[in-house]
Design a protein around this ligand. Sequence first.
Ligand code: SAM
Length: 223
Amino acid sequence: LGELTLVPTPIGNLGDFSPRSREALEKADIILAEDTRTSGKLLKHFEITTPMRSYHMHNEHKVVEGIITALEQGANYALISDAGTPGISDPGFLLVRACVEAGISVQCLPGPVALIPALVLSGFPSDRFVFEGFLPVKKGRQTRLMSLQEETRTMVFYESPHKLIKTLKDFVSVFGASRKVSVSRELSKLYEETIRGSLAEVLEHFEQQAPRGEFVLVLQGGG
Ligand code: SAM
């Protein structure tokens, strides 16, 4: 039997790509990549010549079976996403589940992921937290927010720059303007910063300075 290795890739700083990650990509027979053009640049930079196949949310259901067959025949696969850890708000879960069900060994190397530095930088309790990923954009959004209204643990969300202000406004209506939030942007990159304050203050900040880059929102728990 072959095995599957999930390999984290940098979220903005190539210095975060670990020697073990490089070795895993070099040794794999095939690298499954979310976007072969994006990952092509990373592979080129690190002089990794392993062939790539695309594996993304639009084809994962279709290709999982074939990958499992190849793994059963002894091929070793590595899975990478555009950035960070595969399976975290990125494709990966379906393939891992299929491997577990087929008795194929799976490894996930530790490495870059956006939620952990943002959580730790928030200054909110980090001994317990909930990761909510991206909020639904339309359908189910209000229900999701209401389900968090009584949450006492620190909450972590991913958000795109053009939806950040809308999400902060929705947080004000659900959690109140004085609830504290910490917004980290461009983690590990040149313009990394973390803005902390009440929801009202942080909303005002971004209304004055349009959100740009990649964001993680960390919301203080209630109570
Ligand atoms: N798999 C990734 C991980 O391990 O964190 C997450 C992929 S998800 C499609 C992309 C989102 O992650 C962005 O919209 C943003 O919320 C967050 N993100 C990724 N890189 C980031 C960075 N350098 N700074 C802040 N947030 C980041």
